[in-house]
Design a protein around this ligand. Sequence first.
Ligand code: NAG
Ligand code: NAG
Ligand code: NAG
Ligand code: NAG
Ligand code: NAG
Ligand code: NAG
Ligand code: NAG
Ligand code: NAG
Ligand code: NAG
Ligand code: NAG
Ligand code: NAG
Ligand code: NAG
Length: 698
Amino acid sequence: MKTVLSIGFLFCCSFLLLLLDSSTSLPLCVDSRAPFSLNTTLKFCSYNGSTCCNSIQDAQIQKQFQVMNVSDTACASLLKSILCARCDPFSGQLFTVQSTLRSVPVLCNSAIPANSSQSKASLQDFCSEVWDTCQTASIINSPFSPSLQGQGGKLPSNTNGTTLNELWQSKTDFCNAFGGASNNESICFEGKPVALNNNESQINPPHGLCLEKIGNGSYLNMVAHPDGSNRAFFSSQMGKVWLASIPEEGSGGQLELDESSPFVDLTDQVYFDTQFGMMGMSFHPNFANNGRFFASFNCNKDKWSGCNGICSCNSNVNCDPSKLGTSNGAQPCQYQTVIAEYTANGTASQPSSAESAKPSEVRRIFTMGLPFTSQHGGQILFGPNDGYLYFMMGDGGGTDDPYNFSQNKKSLLGKVMRLDVDNIPSASEISKLGLWGSYSIPKDNPFSEDKDLQPEIWALGLRNPWRCSFDAEKPSYFFCGDVGQDLYEEVDLITKGGNYGWRVYEGPYPVTPTESPGGNTSLKSINPIPPILGYTHSQINKNEGSASITGGYVYRSTTDPCMFGRYLYADLYAGAIWAATEDPENSGNFSTSKIPFSCAHDSPIQCDSVPSSSLPALGYIFSFGQDNNKDIYILASSGVYRVVPPSRCSYTCSQEKAATTPSPSSSPSPSHASHLSNFYGYLFLQLSFLLFLLMCLM
Ligand SMILES: *[C@@H]1O[C@H](CO)[C@@H](O)[C@H](O)[C@H]1NC(C)=O
Ligand SMILES: *[C@@H]1O[C@H](CO)[C@@H](O)[C@H](O)[C@H]1NC(C)=O
Ligand SMILES: *[C@@H]1O[C@H](CO)[C@@H](O)[C@H](O)[C@H]1NC(C)=O
Ligand SMILES: *[C@@H]1O[C@H](CO)[C@@H](O)[C@H](O)[C@H]1NC(C)=O
Ligand SMILES: *[C@@H]1O[C@H](CO)[C@@H](O)[C@H](O)[C@H]1NC(C)=O
Ligand SMILES: *[C@@H]1O[C@H](CO)[C@@H](O)[C@H](O)[C@H]1NC(C)=O
Ligand SMILES: *[C@@H]1O[C@H](CO)[C@@H](O)[C@H](O)[C@H]1NC(C)=O
Ligand SMILES: *[C@@H]1O[C@H](CO)[C@@H](O)[C@H](O)[C@H]1NC(C)=O
Ligand SMILES: *[C@@H]1O[C@H](CO)[C@@H](O)[C@H](O)[C@H]1NC(C)=O
Ligand SMILES: *[C@@H]1O[C@H](CO)[C@@H](O)[C@H](O)[C@H]1NC(C)=O
Ligand SMILES: *[C@@H]1O[C@H](CO)[C@@H](O)[C@H](O)[C@H]1NC(C)=O
Ligand SMILES: *[C@@H]1O[C@H](CO)[C@@H](O)[C@H](O)[C@H]1NC(C)=O
């Protein structure tokens, strides 16, 4: 058992290394922020639409160019394009090589064998062109100086040369230093704005999503065991966590989860009501060794003395707590949001083999009083590359975010936060810094460049982020479903310091607040990042008269090859599922379509066992999960479903043949794990029916 676990761990770690090596990512500027969209054309650099420069930076580039006083007009024109590549929406990739910022972008060099997503037909040997054109031209403060590149040129001691001939021995040396691409899918600069290839085969949506039902329970969270094994944790809104073994796909097995013996039971701490409960959980990336895990839940001041955070409505954010909570008799900030740390130590020889944990809190990471009773997100996730804890927080409720919390840079409501839980400061340090709990602030959080921001904030302008995920193959893609109010449900790609617009915008639509004691943020004063995907409320068949997005995952399993690389998400009430495709790859441009789904004929549990006919096929879709094989699960009110090969539902997928998966011939094996009787299952379903109203998250 131990060997298996450590092999799993090794596999997990080497996989992570592979990820870190990958340089392909979405358009980002050199400061790791998303490009923004301009409604004019830059005067000097002529970029329009999506760009990384505003008019001030454009003017700075112009000045830098003028100082160079390039003696040759053809060379001057090339140099201008090179300097202006700073404004390219891909400037982050063009100027960053192995985490080092360069003075010039990577110049396309056909001497290097090319296979990239960039348009091959037009790829030229731009590096040669620059050398040939600029060889003898004088350039003051040349950006091609060897000292700027940190690599030996012809005259390393003389940095005052003005021509390439003076600075470099040969074209080969020059292009070894500045040329590059198109290997390992990185991109290069060829004198004009980066253009990517479309990939026709990606555009056609798959015929359908085939599901098998492997569990009857209703859960809000599923997290793969960090040891890389076939196990995962499931948690209920009431506050119980179970450790389950996941049956192999096609084996006919069901989820081995014993409802009567949870991994940990936090129901004494968790306040559970329609809109409240345990919203998130996360296991430290090194859980298998350190046993650390975290729960994110709501508490009630009246019921638990540990529920004692500062109120998010306070004078720092123009909010008067005495005006809160009068509608249902609640005190100001009676309900709070908590992240608490627990340990799996002490119940097994090693944390990775622990099958239970004590519900006693090791440390309080975060506590904050909530202004109203809805929209408080609560998911927590460790960033796969940086190891920081991302905490998704809604605007806290109320129509139109009346106190302007989401846009208020001093408020933590309506934000994605980013916390370091590996370096816990001393109690005196915590109070000196005015933190909301025991964590430290990553140095490169956006406040380092914008002092107005509370230091915890990673992104702002969200209404109620409900289910976010990092693409397992491209961790720079951080997707969040953000629940809308009256009109539009959206998916955002979360980037450093990004403002996603709420409550100035709901999706693409400007919002006119009916009531705004917290003041208004004008349309002009912000530059929001638009959603990459979404749907209007009129586009779906609304159940319960409402709509609420449930964000999912980029499908990275080989089980359904036709789904590979597509982002799956759903509407909680409508029970509809979409699959979105990025096209061209790495462009950040997505198209989407609603996709049909059905139950595998040989599903271990029949899918039609939902007793209530008014519900959509799977009941309500609360969440998605991903296991250590990257297989994707749907957590619905009616049970747990896994995405399986399309052939098991008779959907055609031409890529599937190669995989030669024999479909299981045995009939579904009987359950030997769950203690739920049908009757209890039915009761549970009815109960959960009430709960997501919770949820919603509306
Ligand atoms: C690209 O591949 C080359 C070798 O093929 C390697 O030396 C280089 O480090 C890679 N670059 C990145 C950014 O992965
Ligand atoms: C561009 O922005 C200006 C002011 O910000 C506005 O007046 C103008 O209508 C906008 N143009 C377009 C095409 O959106
Ligand atoms: C952006 O620039 C391109 C090429 O220079 C031009 O064709 C296009 O019309 C411009 N778009 C706008 C909105 O100015
Ligand atoms: C720019 O270069 C030209 C010759 O190409 C020279 O006559 C002029 O003085 C230079 N200007 C500056 C400001 O160096
Ligand atoms: C590059 O792509 C071509 C086909 O597009 C393929 O034949 C070739 O093997 C690829 N080369 C590398 C190094 O991947
Ligand atoms: C390079 O130029 C700077 C100022 O323009 C001067 O101080 C320095 O001595 C020069 N170096 C050489 C090696 O000529
Ligand atoms: C197009 O997408 C398919 C499916 O993901 C992939 O196998 C193929 O390599 C892609 N082709 C190119 C040229 O990127
Ligand atoms: C749990 O055990 C690990 C490894 O033995 C140790 O590093 C860690 O400090 C322990 N945590 C607690 C809370 O006792
Ligand atoms: C609303 O938020 C914006 C953005 O932070 C801020 O400029 C404005 O002052 C806020 N309004 C009030 C009344 O605090
Ligand atoms: C905010 O905007 C709304 C509608 O545009 C307006 O009715 C309200 O008076 C404004 N509130 C404040 C405090 O400016
Ligand atoms: C974005 O994707 C859509 C749908 O695939 C496509 O029609 C459009 O051309 C793409 N836009 C860009 C800028 O590539
Ligand atoms: C789930 O429910 C079905 C039908 O009600 C039952 O046959 C099956 O044994 C149950 N499975 C589990 C794991 O509870």
